[in-house]
Design a binder for this molecule. Structure first.
Ligand SMILES: Nc1ncnc2c1ncn2[C@@H]1O[C@H](COP(=O)(O)OP(=O)(O)OP(=O)(O)O)[C@@H](O)[C@H]1O
Length: 299
Protein backbone atom coordinates (compact mmCIF):
# COMPACT_ATOMS: atom_id res chain seq x y z
CA UNK A 1 0.00 0.00 0.00
CA UNK A 2 1.22 3.48 -0.88
CA UNK A 3 -0.41 6.47 0.79
CA UNK A 4 0.21 9.99 -0.44
CA UNK A 5 -1.41 12.72 1.67
CA UNK A 6 -1.50 16.43 0.86
CA UNK A 7 1.94 16.12 -0.67
CA UNK A 8 3.35 19.49 -1.79
CA UNK A 9 6.72 20.57 -3.17
CA UNK A 10 7.65 24.12 -4.04
CA UNK A 11 10.79 25.26 -5.87
CA UNK A 12 10.99 28.99 -5.18
CA UNK A 13 7.81 30.55 -6.55
CA UNK A 14 6.91 27.42 -8.59
CA UNK A 15 4.74 24.71 -7.05
CA UNK A 16 5.79 21.44 -8.72
CA UNK A 17 3.43 19.26 -6.64
CA UNK A 18 0.35 20.85 -5.16
CA UNK A 19 -1.59 19.13 -2.36
CA UNK A 20 -1.62 15.67 -3.94
CA UNK A 21 -3.55 12.88 -2.17
CA UNK A 22 -4.08 9.33 -3.41
CA UNK A 23 -3.47 5.69 -2.52
CA UNK A 24 -2.11 2.78 -4.51
CA UNK A 25 -3.60 -0.46 -3.21
CA UNK A 26 -2.27 -4.03 -3.02
CA UNK A 27 -3.42 -6.27 -5.84
CA UNK A 28 -3.80 -3.29 -8.18
CA UNK A 29 -1.67 -1.62 -10.80
CA UNK A 30 -2.05 2.13 -10.33
CA UNK A 31 -1.13 4.37 -13.24
CA UNK A 32 0.08 7.89 -12.50
CA UNK A 33 -0.64 9.81 -15.67
CA UNK A 34 0.19 13.37 -16.64
CA UNK A 35 1.88 15.44 -19.35
CA UNK A 36 5.57 16.37 -19.21
CA UNK A 37 6.34 18.57 -16.24
CA UNK A 38 3.10 17.71 -14.42
CA UNK A 39 4.92 16.70 -11.23
CA UNK A 40 4.98 12.88 -11.48
CA UNK A 41 8.72 12.38 -10.97
CA UNK A 42 8.80 14.89 -8.13
CA UNK A 43 6.00 12.96 -6.38
CA UNK A 44 7.77 9.63 -6.85
CA UNK A 45 11.08 11.11 -5.69
CA UNK A 46 9.37 12.35 -2.51
CA UNK A 47 7.83 8.91 -2.05
CA UNK A 48 11.26 7.24 -2.03
CA UNK A 49 12.95 9.90 0.09
CA UNK A 50 15.08 11.53 -2.63
CA UNK A 51 13.30 14.90 -2.46
CA UNK A 52 12.00 16.44 0.76
CA UNK A 53 8.33 17.50 0.71
CA UNK A 54 7.48 21.12 1.47
CA UNK A 55 4.30 19.79 3.12
CA UNK A 56 2.32 16.57 3.41
CA UNK A 57 3.49 12.99 3.63
CA UNK A 58 4.12 9.88 1.57
CA UNK A 59 4.27 6.41 3.11
CA UNK A 60 4.93 2.91 1.85
CA UNK A 61 3.48 0.03 3.89
CA UNK A 62 2.56 2.58 6.58
CA UNK A 63 6.03 4.08 7.00
CA UNK A 64 8.08 6.81 5.41
CA UNK A 65 10.56 5.29 2.97
CA UNK A 66 13.53 6.41 5.10
CA UNK A 67 12.02 4.61 8.11
CA UNK A 68 11.63 1.23 6.35
CA UNK A 69 13.88 -1.32 8.05
CA UNK A 70 14.87 -3.04 4.79
CA UNK A 71 13.79 -0.80 1.90
CA UNK A 72 15.34 -2.90 -0.91
CA UNK A 73 13.23 -5.90 0.08
CA UNK A 74 10.10 -3.88 0.74
CA UNK A 75 10.01 -1.49 -2.22
CA UNK A 76 11.42 -2.01 -5.70
CA UNK A 77 12.20 1.30 -7.37
CA UNK A 78 12.96 2.24 -10.98
CA UNK A 79 13.36 5.99 -11.41
CA UNK A 80 15.68 6.30 -14.40
CA UNK A 81 16.51 3.27 -16.50
CA UNK A 82 19.37 5.08 -18.24
CA UNK A 83 21.14 5.72 -14.91
CA UNK A 84 22.93 2.37 -15.03
CA UNK A 85 26.68 1.93 -15.26
CA UNK A 86 27.15 1.67 -19.04
CA UNK A 87 30.45 -0.25 -18.75
CA UNK A 88 29.00 -3.11 -16.69
CA UNK A 89 27.04 -6.06 -18.00
CA UNK A 90 23.43 -6.51 -17.00
CA UNK A 91 24.35 -9.48 -14.83
CA UNK A 92 27.10 -7.50 -13.08
CA UNK A 93 24.70 -4.67 -12.25
CA UNK A 94 22.24 -7.12 -10.73
CA UNK A 95 25.00 -8.93 -8.84
CA UNK A 96 26.26 -5.69 -7.26
CA UNK A 97 22.70 -4.88 -6.16
CA UNK A 98 22.15 -8.46 -4.89
CA UNK A 99 25.30 -8.26 -2.72
CA UNK A 100 24.47 -4.76 -1.45
CA UNK A 101 21.03 -5.95 -0.39
CA UNK A 102 22.38 -9.17 1.11
CA UNK A 103 20.17 -11.37 -1.05
CA UNK A 104 20.77 -14.98 -2.13
CA UNK A 105 22.80 -15.24 -5.37
CA UNK A 106 20.01 -17.14 -7.09
CA UNK A 107 17.86 -13.96 -7.10
CA UNK A 108 19.98 -12.57 -9.96
CA UNK A 109 18.99 -15.36 -12.35
CA UNK A 110 15.38 -15.34 -11.10
CA UNK A 111 15.12 -11.61 -11.82
CA UNK A 112 16.70 -11.99 -15.29
CA UNK A 113 14.18 -14.72 -16.05
CA UNK A 114 11.30 -12.58 -14.79
CA UNK A 115 12.10 -9.84 -17.31
CA UNK A 116 13.04 -12.29 -20.10
CA UNK A 117 16.65 -11.13 -20.51
CA UNK A 118 18.55 -14.07 -22.01
CA UNK A 119 21.96 -15.27 -20.80
CA UNK A 120 23.58 -13.76 -23.87
CA UNK A 121 21.91 -10.38 -23.21
CA UNK A 122 22.84 -10.49 -19.53
CA UNK A 123 26.53 -10.81 -20.50
CA UNK A 124 26.42 -7.74 -22.79
CA UNK A 125 27.58 -4.34 -21.57
CA UNK A 126 24.72 -1.97 -20.84
CA UNK A 127 26.09 0.63 -23.28
CA UNK A 128 25.08 -1.83 -26.02
CA UNK A 129 21.55 -2.25 -24.66
CA UNK A 130 18.51 -0.86 -26.44
CA UNK A 131 16.27 1.42 -24.39
CA UNK A 132 13.79 -1.45 -24.01
CA UNK A 133 16.52 -3.75 -22.65
CA UNK A 134 17.56 -1.06 -20.16
CA UNK A 135 13.95 -0.81 -19.00
CA UNK A 136 13.87 -4.59 -18.51
CA UNK A 137 17.11 -4.50 -16.57
CA UNK A 138 15.80 -1.61 -14.44
CA UNK A 139 12.68 -3.64 -13.65
CA UNK A 140 14.83 -6.70 -12.88
CA UNK A 141 16.75 -4.56 -10.36
CA UNK A 142 13.49 -3.33 -8.83
CA UNK A 143 12.24 -6.94 -8.53
CA UNK A 144 15.49 -8.28 -7.10
CA UNK A 145 14.51 -8.19 -3.42
CA UNK A 146 11.05 -9.70 -4.19
CA UNK A 147 9.43 -6.55 -2.75
CA UNK A 148 5.77 -6.03 -1.84
CA UNK A 149 5.63 -2.66 -3.58
CA UNK A 150 6.95 -1.48 -6.96
CA UNK A 151 7.46 2.19 -7.86
CA UNK A 152 8.32 2.68 -11.54
CA UNK A 153 8.85 6.05 -13.25
CA UNK A 154 8.03 5.83 -16.97
CA UNK A 155 8.89 2.10 -17.17
CA UNK A 156 7.24 1.67 -20.56
CA UNK A 157 9.33 4.43 -22.14
CA UNK A 158 11.08 2.96 -25.17
CA UNK A 159 9.07 -0.26 -25.25
CA UNK A 160 7.34 -1.28 -28.45
CA UNK A 161 3.69 -2.45 -28.31
CA UNK A 162 4.77 -6.07 -27.72
CA UNK A 163 7.06 -4.86 -24.90
CA UNK A 164 4.19 -2.92 -23.34
CA UNK A 165 1.99 -6.02 -23.43
CA UNK A 166 4.82 -8.01 -21.88
CA UNK A 167 5.08 -5.44 -19.09
CA UNK A 168 1.32 -5.55 -18.54
CA UNK A 169 1.46 -9.32 -18.07
CA UNK A 170 4.45 -9.08 -15.70
CA UNK A 171 2.84 -6.38 -13.54
CA UNK A 172 -0.58 -8.07 -13.67
CA UNK A 173 0.94 -11.28 -12.34
CA UNK A 174 2.85 -9.36 -9.66
CA UNK A 175 -0.32 -7.53 -8.54
CA UNK A 176 -2.36 -10.76 -8.62
CA UNK A 177 0.08 -12.17 -6.09
CA UNK A 178 -0.78 -9.26 -3.77
CA UNK A 179 1.80 -6.68 -4.86
CA UNK A 180 1.20 -2.95 -5.10
CA UNK A 181 2.37 -1.25 -8.29
CA UNK A 182 2.59 2.50 -8.89
CA UNK A 183 3.86 3.45 -12.32
CA UNK A 184 3.98 6.78 -14.10
CA UNK A 185 3.57 7.66 -17.75
CA UNK A 186 2.88 10.69 -19.91
CA UNK A 187 1.19 8.48 -22.52
CA UNK A 188 -2.42 7.51 -22.03
CA UNK A 189 -2.19 4.51 -24.36
CA UNK A 190 0.60 2.94 -22.33
CA UNK A 191 -1.21 3.34 -19.07
CA UNK A 192 -4.56 2.26 -20.48
CA UNK A 193 -3.09 -1.10 -21.41
CA UNK A 194 -1.30 -1.63 -18.10
CA UNK A 195 -3.17 0.02 -15.19
CA UNK A 196 -6.31 -0.90 -13.21
CA UNK A 197 -6.56 2.43 -11.40
CA UNK A 198 -5.64 5.84 -12.72
CA UNK A 199 -4.48 9.01 -11.02
CA UNK A 200 -4.28 11.90 -13.47
CA UNK A 201 -2.11 14.89 -12.61
CA UNK A 202 -1.79 18.23 -14.38
CA UNK A 203 0.33 21.15 -13.26
CA UNK A 204 1.06 19.56 -9.91
CA UNK A 205 -2.60 18.90 -9.05
CA UNK A 206 -4.72 15.77 -9.24
CA UNK A 207 -7.34 16.33 -11.92
CA UNK A 208 -9.03 12.92 -11.91
CA UNK A 209 -8.72 9.58 -10.20
CA UNK A 210 -10.58 6.29 -10.08
CA UNK A 211 -10.64 2.87 -11.64
CA UNK A 212 -10.27 2.76 -15.41
CA UNK A 213 -13.90 1.64 -15.59
CA UNK A 214 -15.07 4.65 -13.55
CA UNK A 215 -13.07 7.06 -15.67
CA UNK A 216 -14.44 5.46 -18.82
CA UNK A 217 -17.96 6.01 -17.50
CA UNK A 218 -17.11 9.61 -16.71
CA UNK A 219 -15.90 9.84 -20.30
CA UNK A 220 -19.59 9.29 -21.15
CA UNK A 221 -21.80 7.32 -23.50
CA UNK A 222 -21.95 7.28 -27.25
CA UNK A 223 -25.32 6.96 -28.97
CA UNK A 224 -26.22 6.93 -32.63
CA UNK A 225 -29.63 7.28 -34.31
CA UNK A 226 -31.24 8.73 -37.47
CA UNK A 227 -32.11 12.06 -35.82
CA UNK A 228 -29.29 12.99 -33.46
CA UNK A 229 -30.77 16.46 -32.88
CA UNK A 230 -34.00 14.97 -31.54
CA UNK A 231 -32.11 12.66 -29.20
CA UNK A 232 -29.97 15.59 -28.09
CA UNK A 233 -33.08 17.59 -27.16
CA UNK A 234 -34.48 14.67 -25.17
CA UNK A 235 -31.21 14.25 -23.27
CA UNK A 236 -30.83 17.96 -22.52
CA UNK A 237 -34.46 18.18 -21.35
CA UNK A 238 -33.65 15.37 -18.88
CA UNK A 239 -30.70 17.37 -17.52
CA UNK A 240 -27.87 15.63 -19.40
CA UNK A 241 -25.23 16.90 -21.79
CA UNK A 242 -25.40 16.08 -25.51
CA UNK A 243 -22.53 16.84 -27.85
CA UNK A 244 -22.43 15.89 -31.54
CA UNK A 245 -19.60 13.44 -31.91
CA UNK A 246 -19.40 13.29 -35.71
CA UNK A 247 -21.09 10.98 -38.16
CA UNK A 248 -24.58 11.25 -36.61
CA UNK A 249 -23.38 10.18 -33.16
CA UNK A 250 -23.90 11.94 -29.85
CA UNK A 251 -21.81 11.79 -26.73
CA UNK A 252 -23.50 12.40 -23.41
CA UNK A 253 -22.76 12.21 -19.70
CA UNK A 254 -25.85 10.00 -19.17
CA UNK A 255 -25.13 6.30 -18.68
CA UNK A 256 -26.18 3.86 -21.45
CA UNK A 257 -29.23 2.62 -19.45
CA UNK A 258 -30.60 6.13 -19.14
CA UNK A 259 -29.99 6.94 -22.80
CA UNK A 260 -31.77 3.73 -23.85
CA UNK A 261 -34.76 4.46 -21.61
CA UNK A 262 -35.09 8.10 -22.70
CA UNK A 263 -34.81 7.12 -26.37
CA UNK A 264 -37.51 4.44 -25.96
CA UNK A 265 -39.86 6.88 -24.21
CA UNK A 266 -39.33 9.39 -27.02
CA UNK A 267 -39.86 6.71 -29.70
CA UNK A 268 -36.34 7.13 -31.05
CA UNK A 269 -34.68 4.01 -32.49
CA UNK A 270 -31.00 3.79 -31.58
CA UNK A 271 -28.60 2.14 -34.00
CA UNK A 272 -25.67 2.20 -31.55
CA UNK A 273 -25.35 2.62 -27.80
CA UNK A 274 -22.16 2.08 -25.84
CA UNK A 275 -19.86 3.45 -23.18
CA UNK A 276 -17.40 5.81 -24.79
CA UNK A 277 -14.27 3.78 -25.40
CA UNK A 278 -10.56 4.57 -25.10
CA UNK A 279 -11.06 7.48 -27.46
CA UNK A 280 -13.34 9.00 -24.80
CA UNK A 281 -10.69 8.55 -22.18
CA UNK A 282 -8.17 10.16 -24.50
CA UNK A 283 -10.47 13.12 -25.02
CA UNK A 284 -10.81 13.43 -21.27
CA UNK A 285 -7.04 13.29 -20.81
CA UNK A 286 -6.45 15.92 -23.47
CA UNK A 287 -9.17 18.12 -22.00
CA UNK A 288 -7.88 17.70 -18.47
CA UNK A 289 -4.36 18.53 -19.47
CA UNK A 290 -5.00 21.13 -22.20
CA UNK A 291 -4.80 24.11 -19.83
CA UNK A 292 -1.69 22.68 -18.27
CA UNK A 293 -0.02 22.27 -21.63
CA UNK A 294 -1.01 25.72 -22.81
CA UNK A 295 0.30 27.33 -19.63
CA UNK A 296 3.40 25.16 -19.77
CA UNK A 297 4.03 26.29 -23.34
CA UNK A 298 3.53 29.93 -22.40
CA UNK A 299 5.93 29.72 -19.45
N1 LIG B 1 15.10 20.36 -8.70
C1 LIG B 1 14.21 21.18 -9.26
N2 LIG B 1 14.35 22.52 -9.21
C2 LIG B 1 13.44 23.34 -9.77
N3 LIG B 1 12.33 22.91 -10.42
C3 LIG B 1 12.13 21.60 -10.50
C4 LIG B 1 13.05 20.66 -9.93
N4 LIG B 1 12.57 19.39 -10.17
C5 LIG B 1 11.42 19.55 -10.86
N5 LIG B 1 11.15 20.86 -11.06
C6 LIG B 1 9.97 21.41 -11.76
O1 LIG B 1 8.82 20.80 -11.23
C7 LIG B 1 7.85 20.56 -12.25
C8 LIG B 1 7.47 19.09 -12.24
O2 LIG B 1 8.55 18.30 -12.76
P1 LIG B 1 8.53 16.71 -12.77
O3 LIG B 1 9.86 16.27 -13.28
O4 LIG B 1 8.08 16.20 -11.47
O5 LIG B 1 7.41 16.41 -13.86
P2 LIG B 1 7.00 15.06 -14.57
O6 LIG B 1 5.51 14.99 -14.52
O7 LIG B 1 7.76 13.93 -14.02
O8 LIG B 1 7.44 15.33 -16.06
P3 LIG B 1 8.10 14.35 -17.19
O9 LIG B 1 6.99 13.51 -17.74
O10 LIG B 1 8.59 15.36 -18.18
O11 LIG B 1 9.19 13.58 -16.53
C9 LIG B 1 8.48 21.04 -13.55
O12 LIG B 1 7.99 22.34 -13.80
C10 LIG B 1 9.96 21.05 -13.24
O13 LIG B 1 10.60 22.04 -14.00
Amino acid sequence: MITIENLTRRYGPRTAVDDVTFTARPGRVTGFLGPNGAGKSTCLRMLVGLTAPTAGSATVLGRRFVDLPDPGREVGVLLDASAQHAGRTGREILTVAQRTMGLPRARVQTSLDLVSLTDEEAERRVRHYSLGMRQRLGIATALLGDPEVLVLDEPANGLDPAGIRWMRDLLRDYADRGGTVLLSSHLLHEIEVIADDLVVIGQGRIVAQGTQAELLVSAGTLARCRDADALGRVLVAAGHTAEPSGDGALSTDADPDTVGRLALEAGIALSELRTADGAGLEEMFLELTADTQREGAAA
